[in-house]
Design a protein around this ligand. Sequence first.
Ligand SMILES: CSCCC(=O)C(=O)COP(=O)(O)O
Ligand SMILES: [Mg+2]
Length: 235
Amino acid sequence: MQNVKLILTDIEGTTSSISFVKDVLFPYAAEHLPAFVKANLSDEKVQTALQQTAELAAEDGNVINVDDTDALVAKLLQWISEDRKATPLKALQGLIWKTGYENGDYQAHMYPDATEYLKKWRDSGLPLYVYSSGSVKAQELFFGYSQDGNLLPLFKGHFDTLMGGKRETRSYLNILAELQKTHTGLNAADVLFLSDIKEELDAAKEAGMQTIWLVREDEIPADAEHKAVKSFAEI
Ligand SMILES: CSCCC(=O)C(=O)COP(=O)(O)O
Ligand SMILES: [Mg+2]
């Protein structure tokens, strides 16, 4: 880790297992989404998410009336099953997961090395930020209710798909511009981005950031274009 002044990390597959997100969080959201939407139809955040769902579906060529709650819910359930990183879905998931965390139905998974090194890096003075497809609300819940306790104070800030998609270079430039408001003189090359997805690392590298690929389960490819490690201890 050379000349790194700030670390930006992904969550799923990087600090935490893919299985926790896919096998616990997504099914919980799918189970509770229909009742949650119907019970909270007058909530401004829910209304905004439904409006955006209709707009996004229309962009896909699937016109749904914004008053057709059942059709919008069906579309959102389809997106959960496809793991679509759609901003309105992510906003609703964050709201739904809150109840599960607060009831103690689950705690967010953390790889032990991720918790250990995030704490070490924070203690050494490195500012830590998160960039995930999960909404900022969902990220705060995730680290606030982790199996290793409340890890939220480790992070200086959070970014989600409001910055853009994680496979787009523009998103990392948007994040850099946000970071520069607090960290004067910060350059892209001062930022280390950690992720398990090559296309996300490619986009961050294109924006000028340093990258490290977390290869948690598979063999590290011999021809990896990014420095690849199996755990935060190797960073
Ligand atoms: C923040 S908790 C749920 C994560 C999530 O919804 C997701 O889609 C995972 O995205 P990531 O960018 O962390 O791989
Ligand atoms: Mg990931």
